[in-house]
Write a protein that binds this ligand. Structure first.
Ligand code: SF4
Length: 367
């Protein structure tokens, strides 16, 4: 049996945040049950499910914790009926503070979910308001404590830096407060102002590139001193607590995505579901992108080099039947010469001090 990750997309949110361009909506609640009926139908229809053993499940969104827990439990039961599930399966649900209470967490835990990813974003009340978040720091604290009381021993929290009017000092306060919670995993993302979001229409006083870099370095230093090792550009974990599901994306392992706009990577092919929730409910078929072997080689490098562990030369040659230097030799040499990429014990990786500027290095691998 092959291992498989499962992603389930839940596109409902209480309110749209000012920076958000995810496939999520606050005005489609009347379709909640119809959406979950379609989602369950899609999971049941997946062909070849019997050849897989599911070892990670990620219920993301949107705000999965904002829908009725019954619907989440229906999804969990359907996955359990359709697939063999590994005993050690990592099962994550994304939750936002103030959308779920102790009873909700207890029900998630009873359904087999064993990891919570919670959006804190900032510990500063003004910044939270500015972002358009619906919660306060106090709400986050209550939700975090409820999740712990319900038995969750693996909790991740999300933070954002580079916010309007944010200074390194304010960011440091958010980091310190976040570390006090003692979560097992912390993600830190730089704010990007995406088109067609409320932020894109506002005049914002954003930190300049040097200040953003300072904030990122602050996070790396501070989190590493507090027991969180960086294992991907934006992700930090205590020992044994890396996100196994996200590692699948970076390692180009197989995963199946269910729900509106969800993507799958199966048998070397990418599939994308219809993004419109209403069209998805009415049964629009997924689109398949046929990628060439070269595209996959580029992706393997592009994704793998985001992680601290980088890529194993032997993994590359086993997968593509070619040595990595025969395909990317020039690019590797160029980056090794400037000291940005190194090799050790058969692995190729971006040096830690270059991870922040890795985008320019990674783009070299996309032909
Ligand atoms: S809660 Fe998350 S998915 Fe929903 S609008 Fe805010 S950022 Fe977007």
């Amino acid at each position: 049996m092959k291992n498989l990750g499962i992603y389930v997309h839940v596109p409902f949110c209480v309110k749209k945040c000012n920076y958000c361009d995810f496939n999520s909506y606050s005005d489609i609640w009347e379709y909640e049950d119809a959406y979950f009926d379609a989602l369950i139908g899609e999971i049941k229809k997946m062909s070849g499910a019997e050849q897989y053993c599911v070892d990670t499940i990620y219920i993301g969104g949107g705000t999965p914790s904002a829908v009725r827990p019954e619907n989440i439990i229906r999804v969990m039961s359907t996955i359990g009926e359709q697939f063999a599930i590994a005993e050690s399966c990592e099962i994550t649900i994304e939750c936002n503070p103030a959308t779920v209470d102790f009873e909700g967490f207890r029900r998630y835990r009873a359904s087999g979910i064993n990891r919570v990813s919670m959006g804190l974003q900032s510990a500063n009340g003004e910044e939270l308001l500015r972002l358009g978040r619906i919660h306060t720091l106090g709400d986050f604290e209550n939700s975090f404590n409820d999740a712990r009381r319900a038995g969750f021993t693996n909790i991740s929290l999300d933070l954002m830096f580079g916010l309007p009017d944010q200074t390194p000092d304010k960011w440091q306060k958010t980091l310190s407060r976040a570390a006090e919670f003692g979560a097992e995993h912390i993600s830190c993302y730089a704010l990007t102002v995406e088109e067609n979001t409320p932020f894109s229409k506002m005049k914002l006083n954003l930190p300049d590139d040097d200040t953003q870099r300072e904030m990122y370095d602050l996070a790396v230093d501070f989190l590493e001193k507090h027991g969180y090792a960086r294992y991907e550009i934006s992700n930090f974990a205590r020992r044994g607590c890396k996100s196994r599901h996200n590692l699948k994306y970076w390692r180009l392992d197989e995963y199946a995505g269910f729900g509106a706009g969800a993507h799958s990577f199966l048998n070397g092919k990418r599939l994308a579901n219809e993004a419109s929730v209403l069209k998805y409910i009415s049964g629009a078929p997924p689109e398949c992108t046929d990628e060439s072997g070269e595209d996959l080689m580029s992706e393997f490098m592009f994704l793998g080099l985001r992680t601290s562990e980088g890529v194993a030369e032997s993994d590359f040659s086993e997968r593509f039947m070619r040595g990595v230097d025969s395909v990317f030799g020039d690019i590797l040499k160029k980056n090794e010469n400037v000291g940005a990429i190194a090799r050790k014990n058969g692995r190729i990786f971006i040096k830690p001090e270059f991870l922040y500027v890795s985008n320019s290095i990674l783009c070299d691998f996309v032909k």
